[in-house]
Design a protein around this ligand. Structure first.
Ligand code: MV4
Length: 502
């Protein structure tokens, strides 16, 4: 087993990796940029090393600096977390060349999945169902027209080097195709330094469902069930759950077996995620979309419903151990829902809202897990992704997971900066969410339907005045906790007390 692992990341995921290191008796080494000197991951690790300026290119993306620190501190492995260098084939290769184990797949697997056209070619060979379209870059408008006419509009233009929704274009008709292709190609060139663009049939109102896989370095590959990831805004996931309300045991097995085939075709090892689009028809046709060759933000919901520690398993796999279970040993039990808590202003188009956290109160209790990267007094820097923490509710079924999150959210208070915490109550109370009617357009619809801010203000004031009047009229109001129907009344008083803190 490794003696020391360097974590090439920051925030909640660095803290998460440190926790598994500690459980395994492995020393952890953090790295930090100038603005992260007092970050929670720095305080949590056994050792910490400065790697440069705030700009990620100078620090968390600087391969040479990170490898230099790893050698200097005697780390025998590097965990890349997610984002930053986690899906950088050059970094994985540089680690291998330096004799330091990269906790993840090989550079070759990362490279194969990094090119979406290359991945489509390989998946076609492996007999994996994927969306109809081209598996090579488009050569001309003429060729694009021919393919689009054959598969039918609308079609989607995508950058081969893209992924996660960047550089994507929906094209409704042949007339739009020429200008859309030109724009997509130059955009891809600018964003990725690679203008290759391919074409797929567009699946309208799809669900985004992904399958977690684990593969050891001895040829064993298993799937750990799916995550429903349809609740997103501008390709940024907001809430994820496992299992998906849409997926039954049979569909899970079919998707899982395809995901394992994808991993095997990529000679994959370590933890990975196979993304699928599921069409909104009753047949629930599913199509391979891409494979993420890293640990994902939302791995937590899979951990809760499988009872496994994915980071521990990543480390064991990288150390050469065999998977300690077979497919038939993996059971999905209960239901988990993750809320991504971002430092952003929900009232101002979800604009990032960094700054100093003046007050912090955190939820706990039955079925609640909080993976956080912040503390009271910490200044959230503007330089990185604004994810502060992940609040995860777990229960024996979806209803209990919802009830626990609904209970825990008002226990959570972040003072001094804006967060999206208020959004989750709206989602949890929404009828469509509660009945599992969610697709990739769900959150945009919910936000479009929102009541104007001014109206909300009036409503709040009226309710607060009403609560005050009732509390005077009803002399038993101070015993509200045990009275039926007391929740609404006391919640206003609680709101008033909480807001008094700001
Ligand atoms: C699609 C699609 C419809 N048809 N491809 C967006 C993220 C990237 N991973 C792929 N994406 C999509 N690809 C075809 N052929 C719709 C999306 C899509 C989407 C996918 C997952 C989660 C949210 C999404 C929101 C809008 C569009």
């Amino acid at each position: 087993m490794f003696k020391k692992i360097l974590i090439a990341n920051r925030g909640e995921i660095a803290v998460r990796v440190i926790r598994s290191c500690r459980e395994l008796g492995i020393l952890s080494a953090a790295v930090y940029s100038d603005v992260d000197r007092a970050g929670l991951h720095v305080l949590s690790a056994d050792e910490a090393y400065s790697i440069g300026a705030a700009a990620a290119a100078e620090s968390y993306l600087n391969i040479d600096k990170i490898l230099m620190v790893a050698k200097r501190c005697g780390a025998d492995a590097i965990h890349p977390g997610y984002g930053f260098l986690s899906e950088n084939a050059k970094f994985a290769q540089a680690c291998a060349n330096a004799g330091i184990k990269f906790i993840g797949p090989t550079a070759a697997s990362i490279e194969m999945m990094g090119s979406k056209t290359r991945a489509r070619q390989e998946m076609e060979k492996a007999g994996v169902p994927f969306v109809p379209g081209t598996s090579h870059g488009l050569e001309s408008v003429q060729q694009a027209r021919e393919v689009a006419a054959k598969i039918g509009y609308p079609v989607m233009l995508k950058a081969a080097a893209g992924g996660g929704g960047k550089g994507m274009r929906l094209v409704g008709s042949a007339q739009e195709l020429q200008s859309a292709l030109k724009a997509a190609q130059s955009e891809a060139q600018r964003a990725f330094g690679d203008g290759e663009v391919y074409l797929e049939k567009a699946i309208l109102n799809p669900r985004h469902i992904e399958m977690q896989v684990l593969a050891d370095e001895h040829g064993n590959t298993v799937y750990l069930g799916e995550r429903e990831c349809s609740i997103q805004r501008r390709h940024q996931k907001v809430m994820e759950e496992a299992p998906s309300p849409l997926v039954d045991a049979e569909l899970r097995r079919r998707m899982g077996e395809v995901a394992v085939r994808v991993a095997q075709a990529a000679h994959y090892h370590n933890a990975g995620t196979v993304e699928f689009l599921v069409d909104p028809t009753l047949e629930k046709n599913f199509y391979f979309l891409e494979m993420n060759t890293r640990l994902q933000v939302e791995h937590t919901v899979t951990e809760l419903v499988t009872g496994l520690d994915l980071v521990e398993l990543q480390i064991r796999i990288a150390a050469g151990e065999k998977l300690p279970f077979r497919q038939e040993d993996i059971l999905i039990r209960g239901h988990a829902i993750e809320c991504r808590i971002y430092a952003e202003d929900a009232d101002n188009n979800f604009f990032p809202s960094p700054g100093k956290i003046e007050t912090l109160m955190t939820p706990a209790g039955p079925g609640i897990r909080l993976d956080s990267g912040v503390y009271a007094g910490w200044t959230v820097p503007i330089d990185y992704d604004p994810l502060l923490a992940k609040l995860i509710g777990y229960g024996q079924d979806r209803q209990q997971a919802i009830a626990r999150l609904t209970r825990a959210l008002p226990e959570y208070f972040v003072g001094g900066i804006k967060t999206n915490l208020g959004l989750f109550r709206r989602i949890l109370e929404d009828g469509d969410f509660q009945s599992g009617k969610i697709d990739t357009g769900y959150l945009d619809r919910l936000l479009a339907a929102k009541v104007g801010r001014e109206d909300m203000g009036v409503e709040k004031s009226v309710a607060a005045i009403a609560a005050a009047v009732f509390s005077v009229l009803d002399s038993t109001a101070n015993q509200t906790a045990t009275k039926p129907g007391a929740a609404a009344e006391s919640s206003w008083k609680r709101t008033a007390r909480t807001e008094g803190l700001t």
